[in-house]
Design a protein around this ligand. Structure first.
Ligand code: BGC
Length: 761
């Protein structure tokens, strides 16, 4: 397609019109130019396609989408820590899209889980940007390998539902770079999504949909994004400013209102035709990318994808606790308690809601197997109040059994797009049920269905806990296989489970006051906070048990000393010393040297999932680039690797570090520094290069002679004097010195110091 030629032949009206949707799910065709309309659909963990027969403007979330396969939500798939699995899920969805003529799947959603309360956490991957961006990247590569676009979302800082359309996320530059932008960065750079969806909220006061810093300067100029930026549905505030900032497509469109704004702005000269042409060209390229490689004969097999959904969940569920009770003994009498065993909660509410063509519950999956199961409802799903009759029936079932497996979790109403949770508790009727069952049955396993962490007041008393998250429509098969040991659990928590909500670092500032949400915890999100403070958590980031045991050995670094900017290769051997085949997630954290800017005690910088037969050993190799050691320097406005000794940690969770080795990093590039009267002595003192010029100032300030001898008897005690000097500004010499310096003389000294510094850089 010759985009330039087509654009040259288009009228201003045609161009403006192409920059907004025809309806909720389609772009516009350009008649006479062979530009067809294309369809987009939610995602991200299944197809939410509006049936072709419905041809009216929807209202958010009110239509019944075509029957499809609901895969596990991102809260679950992130726990797989498995790029290949995500890629496979992406490919499968890409194929479904080809078959259904959907050009673009609206996802993945990579927003950071800042607070456990965010109503949409179930759709997001992690509290850690590396894990989020890697999982998203693998998914994107899978979908796009089928010539279907993704729309990675919601760019940027959409970390809550409360006032999501108007709130301003107040975030400092370093935190944005290290946490919130980083969740998008890797995926955008490595997986090259065809489209990006900007978020509803504002960032430091300015709407994401008209924020040139993010939509153009960072996304396109720094990261090399070359696709279309579309708005989240209804996120456009000022269409003309948005277009100028890099927002190409308004979705779902505004009945021509904003198109007319564009036309008027071009006619007035406040928006250049070039800017409009650029947006049009990007949209044309996207339409062409899809239509030119359309696979009309693609077929999808719902049953096969249903099986895959179960397999993905099996590889994602996290075994949180096991006091030897799991896997279950198939010969035992088992009380299966809880409505979720029959009707599992397997997905969240809102735009990602999939019309599952079938659902397999645990009870369905157990049918036809020779187990002695006694089922009891235990609680009602539509209310929180206790129902003593249901509890009594459950307690009786537990009494008659060898083991009780309680299916608990959050009912639909508890978490959804559109609103946040207000607490982190399970419904009261479930907590009481678990306590009552524990009174009569010591062998209790809890199986959880929830999209984000819950408090577990009974955690110490039960013998086993499985976190299934929202495991997709075939969650029942996965649960069955895992509980009975037909599969070996291998998921790891992609987020920390705090003991209680108040422990979370964003607690005091979530969901903000009026329209402002201050991200006061800065980079200390999730384990970056809990681990740095050494706080108790219920379950740490990266935690997950297995039915086998792994042993690590032979940790090697390619070098013990590197220069800032150099890569480092880390390898470690992992052996499955148990009797069952399994998959281990090797986690690599880097701990920066102390001193300098405040940094988390360690950060995840690499991970690899490895499959091991019983007795097998494999070497896992992880390559680290300079970003693994860097922080964002607000003065440089760039990444910086501070010199010093870094610790490479290999762990089974952020709290279970098994091996460490140090690498020493030499930094040759010094950061710029402007020396002024307010620069402290201590900032210059350690460096021998300044010694000669600085010495007279120090002598005067401290009233000492060149040999450090006090000149007067009222000299301060030594410790106080040295510490006082370290934090004293150079101008102090005018007041506390011996009258040797005035501002002019001090300025000359400062000039010399600056020259020395600049020469050294
Ligand atoms: C959601 C998006 C979704 C879009 C279309 C919005 O309300 O935030 O994630 O893709 O609706 O359904």
């Amino acid at each position: 397609m010759d985009y330039k030629k087509i654009i040259a032949s288009m009228t201003l009206e045609e161009k403006a019109s192409l920059c907004s949707g025809r309806d909720f799910w389609h772009t516009k065709e350009v008649k006479g130019k062979k530009i067809p309309e294309i369809m987009v659909s939610d995602g991200p963990h299944g197809l939410r396609k509006r049936p072709e027969s419905q041809d009216h403007q929807d209202h958010l979330g009110t239509f019944e989408s075509v029957k499809a396969v609901c895969f596990p939500a991102a809260c679950a798939t992130a726990a797989s820590f498995d790029r290949a699995l995500m890629n496979k899920m992406g490919k499968t969805l890409g194929n479904e899209c080809q078959s259904e003529n959907v050009s673009t799947i609206l996802g993945p959603a990579v927003n950071i889980k800042r607070s456990p309360l965010c109503g949409r956490n179930f759709e997001y991957f992690s509290e850690d940007p590396l894990l989020a961006t890697e999982m998203a990247g693998a998914y994107i590569k899978g979908v796009q390998s089928k010539n279907i676009a993704v729309s990675i979302k919601h760019f940027l800082a959409n970390n809550q539902e409360t006032r999501r359309l108007t709130e301003s996320a107040e975030i400092d530059e370093r935190t944005l770079r290290e946490i919130y932008l980083a969740a998008f960065e890797g995926a955008v750079k490595n997986a090259k999504p065809w489209t990006v969806m900007c978020s509803y909220n504002r960032i430091n006061g300015l709407h994401a949909s008209e924020n040139k810093t993010y939509l153009t300067d960072i996304l396109r100029d720094e990261w090399g994004f070359d696709g279309v930026v579309m708005s989240d549905w209804g996120a456009v505030n000022d269409r003309v400013k948005g277009l100028a900032a890099g927002l190409d497509l308004e979705m779902p469109g505004s009945y021509g209102v904003n198109d007319r704004e564009i036309i008027a702005a071009v006619e007035k000269g406040s928006l250049s035709m070039k800017t409009l042409d650029t947006a049009v060209e990007r949209i044309l390229r996207w339409v062409d990318r899809y239509t030119s490689k359309r696979q009309k004969d693609a077929k999808w097999d719902k049953e096969a994808d249903h099986e895959l959904a179960g397999k993905i969940e099996e590889e994602s569920a996290v075994l949180l606790k096991n006091d030897g009770i799991l896997p279950l003994d198939g010969n035992d009498t088992i009380a299966v308690i809880g409505r979720f065993a029959k009707s599992p909660r397997y997905q969240g509410g809102g735009s990602s809601h999939i019309n599952a063509f079938k659902v397999t519950s645990f009870m369905d999956a157990s049918k036809g197997k020779s187990h002695d199961l006694i089922y009891a409802d235990g609680y009602a799903l539509d209310r929180e109040e206790l129902d003593r009759t249901l509890i009594t029936k459950a307690v009786n079932a537990a009494k008659k059994s060898d083991v009780a497996v309680i299916f608990a979790g959050l009912p639909d109403i508890f978490e959804s797009e559109g609103y946040d949770r207000t607490h982190m508790r399970l419904p009261e009727n479930q907590n009481v049920l678990i306590e009552e069952v524990l009174k009569v049955q010591p062998n209790v396993v809890v199986v959880l269905h929830n999209g984000s962490p819950v408090e577990m007041p009974w955690a110490d008393q039960v013998k086993g806990i499985f976190e299934m998250y929202l495991g997709g429509q075939n969650v029942g098969s996965a649960t069955y296989n895992l509980l009975f040991g037909k599969a070996n659990p291998c998921g790891r928590l992609p987020e920390s489970f705090p003991v209680k909500l108040q422990d979370n670092p964003s607690y005091m500032h979530f969901p903000g006051y009026r329209d402002k949400v201050v991200y006061a915890e800065g980079v200390f999100v999730g384990y970056r906070y809990y681990d740095t403070k050494g706080m108790d958590v219920l379950f740490p980031f990266g935690h997950g048990l297995s039915y086998t045991t792994y042993r690590y050995s032979n940790l090697k670094l390619s070098k013990r000393k590197i220069k800032a900017g150099d890569p480092l290769t880390v390898s470690v051997d992992v052996t499955n010393i148990g009797r069952m085949a399994g998959k281990e997630v090797v986690q690599l954290y880097v701990a920066a040297p102390e001193g300098g800017v405040p940094r988390p005690v360690h950060e995840l910088r690499g991970f690899e999932k490895v499959s091991l037969r019983a007795g097998e050993t494999k070497t896992v190799t992880i390559e680290l680039d300079s970003r693994a050691f860097a922080y964002w320097d607000k003065e440089l406005h760039d990444w910086r690797v501070a010199p010093g000794d870094y610790t490479i940690e290999i762990g089974a969770s952020s709290r279970d570090i098994l091996y460490t080795k140090k690498v020493s990093i030499e930094s040759y590039a010094k950061r710029p520094m402007t020396i002024t009267e307010n620069t402290c002595f201590g900032d210059l003192m350690g460096d021998p290069a300044f010694e000669e010029v600085l010495r007279p100032l120090i002598c005067s300030y401290m009233h000492i002679d060149k040999k450090d001898k006090p000149k007067t008897s009222d000299a301060m005690n030594e410790k106080m004097a040295t510490e006082g000097l370290r934090f004293a500004p150079l101008r102090g010499v005018i007041c506390f010195g011996e009258g040797d310096y005035d501002h002019e003389k001090l300025a000359r000294v400062i000039k010399s110091l600056q020259e020395i510094y600049d020469k050294k850089r």
